[in-house]
Design a protein around this ligand. Sequence first.
Ligand SMILES: [Zn+2]
Length: 44
Amino acid sequence: MSKTGEKPGKGVYVCIKCGEKVRLDDNSDRLPPCPKCHGTEYKP
Ligand SMILES: [Zn+2]
């Protein structure tokens, strides 16, 4: 489980609330709040 503000590394993360996918292109990118539901928890 990854949360908003963490830097979990490159990859696609799926919002646990709504299923929205967020892609991080860089290992230094932080996870944003979900653009759709503003959720803060993702699964890898
Ligand atoms: Zn969401």
